[in-house]
Design a protein around this ligand. Structure first.
Ligand SMILES: [Zn+2]
Ligand SMILES: [Zn+2]
Ligand SMILES: [Zn+2]
Length: 305
C-alpha cells in the first residue's frame, strides 16, 4: 500500500472531506503534508456546509474558526440556499405588487427561494398575509425580503435575519444581498435606509401600544427606558435624526446603582420585556437593562396618580 505521503493532494483532499471534523484536526497533527492539506480553509468551508448547512461566513474569521464557533449554530442556515446575484435579478424582474390580483396592500415581501420571486403582502394589522400564505403552501420557501426596506425575515426560524443583533456571518450575507440590490442606485439606498428607520419606529410604537393593552402580570418584570431617549425617539418621529442606542445611564448614580430619586414619568417610562427585546435588537443598548417587578412599577404609577 502506498504511504499517505505519496498519495496525491487531490486524493488527500477527498479523504479529508469525508472524515469527521475531529479526525481532520487529528490528521493535521500527523505531519507537515497532512497539516497543509487539513488546514486548507476550503476543506473547513466544506465541513461547515456538510455538518452545519452553512455556506456563508463573516469578516475577520476563518472557516475553521467559524466551524468551532457558537455563531455557526445561531445563524439562519436557510440563507445558504440564497444566491445574491439571483436575488438581485428577482428583485428587479417582478412587479412589486401582491400576488393576489385584487389585493392592494402596500407592504410587500418577495420570496427569495430559487426561481420563485413570488410577491405577497405582510400580515400585521389589517394586511392580508399573502406572503406567509405562500410559505405555508411550500415550507421550503421560508425566506422573504421586504421590498421597501430590504430587510429579511425567515418564516422557518420565525425571526428577522441580519439585524444589528444577529451574528456577523448572517449580517454579512444579508448586507451582501441588500448591497447588490442598491449598487449604483444611491437614491434607492437612501430611500431604503429611511423606510427601514420608519419601519422600526412604527414597530416599536405598535409594541408599546400592546404593552398598554395587555395588562402586565404582577410577577413579571418591566424595564425602565430613560425619558431622554424617548424624547429623542419622539423627535425622530417628527423628522429629526435617528436616536442612537437606548441609553439609561442618566437614571444611575455614579456607583452604577439606580438613582432612588428618579420618578415616573418625569425621568423614565416603562416597557415590557418583549418591547425591551425589540429595542435591544433594533436600536442597541448602551449600558445595562434596568428592570423591576410589575408591582413595583404599579407603585410608581400610583405615585403619579
Ligand atoms: Zn432560517
Ligand atoms: Zn417562493
Ligand atoms: Zn396581499
Amino acid at each position: 500500500m502506498e504511504p499517505l505521503t505519496r498519495t496525491s493532494n487531490e486524493i488527500l483532499f477527498e479523504i479529508a472531506k469525508k472524515l469527521p471534523a475531529k479526525d481532520v484536526l487529528n490528521f493535521s497533527f500527523t505531519n507537515r503534508l497532512l497539516y497543509t492539506v487539513c488546514s486548507q480553509d476550503w476543506v473547513w468551508k466544506h465541513l461547515c456546509f456538510r455538518d452545519h448547512g452553512v455556506n456563508f461566513i463573516g469578516p475577520d474569521t476563518t472557516w475553521k474558526k467559524f466551524y468551532y464557533s457558537k455563531d455557526i449554530n445561531e445563524v439562519c442556515r436557510h440563507l445558504s440556499a440564497i444566491d445574491e446575484k439571483e436575488s438581485l435579478q428577482q428583485y428587479y424582474s417582478v412587479a412589486h405588487k401582491c400576488r393576489i390580483k385584487e389585493c392592494n396592500v402596500p407592504n410587500l415581501w418577495m420570496c427569495l427561494a430559487k426561481g420563485c420571486s413570488v410577491v405577497g403582502c405582510g400580515r400585521s394589522g389589517d394586511q392580508k398575509g399573502h406572503a406567509k400564505q405562500h410559505y405555508k403552501m411550500d415550507r421550503e420557501h421560508g425566506l422573504v425580503i421586504q421590498i421597501r426596506t430590504l430587510q429579511i425575515w425567515c418564516y422557518i426560524c420565525d425571526k428577522w435575519i441580519g439585524i444589528p443583533k444577529s451574528r456577523p456571518a448572517e449580517k454579512a450575507k444579508v448586507n451582501a444581498i441588500a448591497g447588490l440590490i442598491c449598487t449604483n442606485r444611491p437614491n434607492l439606498q437612501m430611500e431604503v435606509a429611511l423606510n427601514l428607520q420608519m419601519e422600526v419606529a412604527l414597530n416599536f410604537r405598535r409594541q408599546r401600544e400592546r404593552d398598554f393593552e395587555e395588562e402586565i402580570p404582577n410577577d413579571s418584570k418591566c424595564v425602565l427606558v430613560s425619558k431622554t431617549w424617548m424624547t429623542d425617539w419622539c423627535s425622530f418621529m417628527a423628522g429629526c435624526p435617528l436616536p442612537g442606542p437606548v441609553d439609561n445611564r442618566n437614571l444611575l448614580l455614579a456607583n452604577g446603582s439606580v438613582n432612588p430619586d428618579i420618578s415616573f414619568p418625569e425621568n423614565f417610562l416603562i416597557v415590557s420585556m418583549n418591547t425591551w427585546a425589540y429595542l435591544e435588537q433594533h436600536y442597541g443598548v448602551d449600558g445595562r437593562m434596568l428592570s423591576e417587578g410589575a408591582s413595583q412599577i404599579l407603585r410608581y404609577r400610583c405615585c403619579v396618580a
